[in-house]
Ligand binder design. Sequence first.
Ligand SMILES: N[C@@H](CCC(=O)N[C@@H](CS)C(=O)NCC(=O)O)C(=O)O
Length: 248
Amino acid sequence: MRFVGVPILAFASSASAFSHLRSTSVFRATDSRSTTSLSMSLTLYGSRGSRSPLVNWAANELNIPLEAGDLNRNPHPFGQIPCLTDDNGVVVFESGAILNYLQSKADDKGIHGDAKSSAVTSWISWANASLDPICFLETPEGKVYDTGLRTSNKRIEKLNQILSKSSYLVPGGFSLADVAVASYLLYVVQFFPDVELHSKWPHVVRYMKECAAREGYEKAFGSDVQGFLLSRLNEMESGKEKKLFGMF
Ligand SMILES: N[C@@H](CCC(=O)N[C@@H](CS)C(=O)NCC(=O)O)C(=O)O
């Protein structure tokens, strides 16, 4: 989903333009006349002038009350809004994942039963909504012409920091969050084998290697793809330039 050309959101998506909102209090979301009964309270880190009101709208429609979070304590891994927490350790980021979470609460079932499943869902959404357009630059006709990983990028920089502290994205080990995120990163090396990632993001390269080395990856993509990727990622680690053409 792109918001290019919508002035208020374009303004809010700039990190520096956004910084003044951190001290601004956030409005309370819901009409509390007939609320969905929840055993915990939900906190939304968000602000007017961003896309977080779409979460408030969903909560209003479902009659789910939301507390306003202090933006200085926003736990979103990339510091963005919206982000939603509950008091059982659940953190959900990406607006689409938050809507899924709210719907599952209203239905009293669903994929967000605990902190791990909500984190996995959030990363899957992030991979699709945010990582994909960084990895693959498209013409207006939708043709991929290059990767955004040739230049510095603050999201990948943050991902590198996250992966410097933990092997995988969600505590507890490898999960579908890693399938979602590593798939895109590894496709970049398949399509653009000359790209160099290690000097900028060594922890991301370490992570890509561990994910690509998995048996499940080999079974899905084939041993030739796996072998090519591992050899190219090893070359990056040892500082070698890519001299030959890649797989495609
Ligand atoms: N795909 C994300 C996009 C989140 C996003 O770009 N949020 C903007 C506000 S609308 C933001 O936090 N910008 C500040 C930043 O990127 O540092 C979602 O749907 O939640």
